[in-house]
Write a protein that binds this ligand. Structure first.
Ligand SMILES: Nc1ncnc2c1ncn2[C@@H]1O[C@H](COP(=O)(O)OP(=O)(O)OP(=O)(O)O)[C@@H](O)[C@H]1O
Ligand SMILES: [Mg+2]
Length: 221
């Protein structure tokens, strides 16, 4: 099922001295149940494009549609709270919350009570392959791979159907990279997420159902 669609999307950064056309006419349809990899040289526009899919900004030209609705008329804060989760290389976990509380956070945001949220969070933490003992640990006490799993558990907890990840495996050793990719793949194939991952790693891209190649702000294929 189509969940996200980019139609002739452009994005320009306006700096003091110049206009940088980072994304130049990208059209693509993303469906739930698939994992997509976005690859391309540094500066080719990958992160910019992802930030448009995340609703962090609007295209300067063209449109992004979420389930057929134009992002420009949506409440983009609710979009990110309810439908799409972004996972960054630096994880963006809440440092003052325990692992379990990090995952409870989006669940409680939706109005679920504490006990129920705690239970769901514990289930998701188990699902991403973390040991029970991390429940009460703070992120900085966890390894990079563990933190990344936790960030993915939190993205799954948000109740949306879209996971957007910018270099989620960038800092990890190759075994952990593969683990994280398998986890994202499982989210797509068994939990029906649309997973969109930017990666420089060909082994990660090889695991995707579809690979989008960007060059100079455009998709080439
Ligand atoms: N905040 C900004 N202000 C001005 N120009 C920017 C800004 N962010 C990115 N750019 C420019 O937009 C273009 C695309 O950048 P983007 O970050 O999307 O590339 P990328 O493909 O994600 O690269 P990388 O693989 O290095 O992360 C580049 O030319 C970059 O210099
Ligand atoms: Mg980038």
């Amino acid at each position: 099922m189509e969940i996200l669609r980019a139609e002739q999307v452009h994005y320009s950064y306006q700096t003091k001295y110049q206009t940088i056309e980072a994304v130049r006419g990208v059209s693509y349809s993303f469906e739930t149940g698939n994992m997509y990899a976005i690859v391309g040289e540094s500066g080719s526009g990958k992160s910019t494009f992802l930030s448009l899919l995340a609703g962090l900004d609007l295209p300067t030209k063209g449109n992004v549609y979420v389930e057929g609705e134009d992002m420009a008329v949506l409440n983009r804060d609710s979009y990110r709270r309810e439908k799409a989760s972004v996972v960054y290389q630096s994880f963006n976990l809440f440092p003052l919350l325990t692992a379990q509380e990090n995952v409870m956070f989006p669940i409680e945001l939706k109005g679920t009570g504490k006990r129920e949220a705690a239970k769901k969070a514990a289930e998701l933490i188990e699902r991403v392959g973390l040991r029970e003992q991390v429940l009460y640990q703070f992120p900085q006490m966890m390894s990079g791979g563990e933190q990344q799993r936790l960030a993915i558990a939190r993205a799954m907890a948000a109740g949306g159907k879209i996971i957007l990840a910018d270099e989620p495996t960038g800092n990890l050793d190759s075994e952990n990279q593969q683990n994280i990719v398998q986890l994202l793949k499982e989210a797509a194939h068994t939990m029906e997420f649309a997973v969109i991952v930017i990666t420089h790693n060909p082994e990660v891209a090889a695991e995707a159902d579809y690979v989008l190649r960007m060059r100079d702000g455009k998709l080439i294929n």
